[in-house]
Design a protein around this ligand. Structure first.
Ligand SMILES: [Zn+2]
Length: 447
């Protein structure tokens, strides 16, 4: 019988500081209203007692919701929350129809290539990933790691987000380092900004699943209502035209929002507690209703630096309430990959490859067809540079690479990494330190 699969995709970014002056600066940035930063003024604004025009008053009240302001500003505080979220005590409060505890997918961000860091994010490769992978590995809940990315903005501020992934090569650097340093590669992606053709085609080469569709009925009306100076309508979370019935679709080659012939699968994902694009009773009813006929993926997103318990309580209240109206429908907590598998009906498939280097040529022979055009080739040089290159495609399962004077010679290389996903959404990563005699390929499989 078809069922509802609920995925919680956490945008996992580490601590984020929000000082009083930051809050008032945001009010100024969003609405051009200059107010003296003080607790008294904050309270008055939160209660709607500060004298400003009614329209702004309501909007400012929303963004000053203590849930958004009380962010965890350092790892010590944030780790306390993480420890609790990874406890049986927390998880057992939220049970699905298989009597299983709630699970989370941690979509991790690396903050790299920034110049300034006004909100004190933890800058550097693997800083966030390393904190969460420890908890995921230590526990058996079924949580997974996945990939979140903010395109680097022109202002190079760590708390801003750009709209062009090619302004820097950070996305390539991040994946290269994840393969070489952590033997890891993602199979699903969550964006922060809108996906345009640059990111669409990049994802299409490597990543089978993404949760980028946040379209809602009356998107335009809601976004216009939200209009702040910094938020131009159509700029953020622009999924206009994408399905709003919780169906999964394949995107168009140029416009991710349209259905098309690309191979990647896009699922719908709404915010939990938010002033826009938020999950609500009506949306959950639509998902349960759809699940009577088709396995259905409902995904929601939230941030690790906010109070996760608040968000989960809010979500679970809605699910329980709506669930009572559908006594014959089952809902299950799921990781992203399994939810897509159930909904699309992907066939299980082995994942492995034979890899060897003979003279200066790398040979990769995959047992089965892979997802995408080529495995991701990652190289760490002896000078500690991390680089990525295209392979020579000989067939759908065979590739070569030439280490030579035009590319890079083997004598200058420390490690080589190769990663790919298969048609079932399983992931495999191979890494070898070729400076060692009789080196072996270290293999990690996920999903
Ligand atoms: Zn983000």
């Amino acid at each position: 019988m078809p069922s509802l699969y609920i995925v919680i995709a956490v945008d996992t970014e580490g601590p984020l500081e929000e000082k009083l002056k930051d809050t008032f600066q945001r009010i100024n940035d969003y609405y051009a209203i200059n107010i003296n930063p003080s607790i008294k003024n904050l309270k008055n604004l939160q209660n709607g007692n500060y004298k400003i025009p009614k329209y702004e008053k309501e909007k400012i009240k929303e963004i000053l919701n203590p849930h958004f302001l009380n962010t965890f500003s350092n790892w010590k505080e944030l780790n306390k929350q993480t420890k609790f979220i990874f406890s049986k005590k927390f998880r057992k409060n939220y049970i699905d129809n298989a009597n299983k505890e709630i699970i989370f997918d941690w979509y991790c961000l690396d903050h790299i290539n920034f110049k300034t860091n006004p909100r004190k994010r933890d800058l550097g490769h693997h800083k966030v990933y390393d904190k969460y992978i420890k908890y995921v590995n230590k526990n058996n809940f079924g949580d997974q790691m996945q990939w979140h990315f903010h395109p680097i903005p022109f202002n190079l501020k760590a708390n801003s987000t750009g709209n062009n992934i090619n302004f820097t090569s950070s996305h390539i650097e991040i994946l290269t380092r994840k393969i070489i340093d952590r033997n890891w590669f993602p199979s699903s992606f969550r964006p922060t900004s809108s996906i345009r053709t640059d990111l669409n085609l990049f994802l299409e080469q490597w990543i089978p699943f993404d949760l980028s569709n946040s379209n809602i009925k009356n998107y335009e009306i809601q976004q216009r209502k939200n209009s702040r100076i910094t938020s131009v309508y159509g700029l953020d979370n622009d999924s206009r035209g994408a399905p709003i019935d919780w169906s999964i679709y394949n995107p168009d080659v140029l416009d991710t929002r349209k259905k098309g012939n690309l191979k990647r699968y896009i699922g719908r994902c709404l915010n939990v507690i938010s002033y826009n694009l938020a999950i609500n009773e009506k949306e959950v009813i639509a998902a349960f209703q759809r699940s009577k006929k088709h396995n259905t993926l409902l995904s929601v997103t939230l941030h690790d630096f906010r109070n996760i318990t608040n968000e989960v309580n809010h979500l679970f209240e809605i699910i329980k309430k709506v669930g009572h109206k559908f006594p014959n429908q089952k809902f299950y907590w799921s990781n992203t990959v399994n939810a897509f598998r159930k909904c699309i009906g992907l066939r299980k498939q082995q994942i492995s490859a034979k890899i060897k280097i003979s003279s200066n040529i790398l040979h990769i022979n995959s047992k089965n067809k892979i997802w995408g055009f080529q495995p991701f080739l990652a190289i760490q040089t002896k000078m500690n540079e991390y680089i990525h290159d295209n392979l020579i495609p000989d067939s759908e399962t065979k590739w070569r690479y030439s280490f030579d004077k035009e590319s890079i010679e083997l004598k200058n290389i420390k490690k080589i990494g190769i990663a790919f996903n298969n048609l079932y959404g399983s992931t495999i990563v191979y890494v070898a330190d070729i400076t060692k005699n009789n080196y072996k390929w270290k293999v990690n499989k996920y999903n």
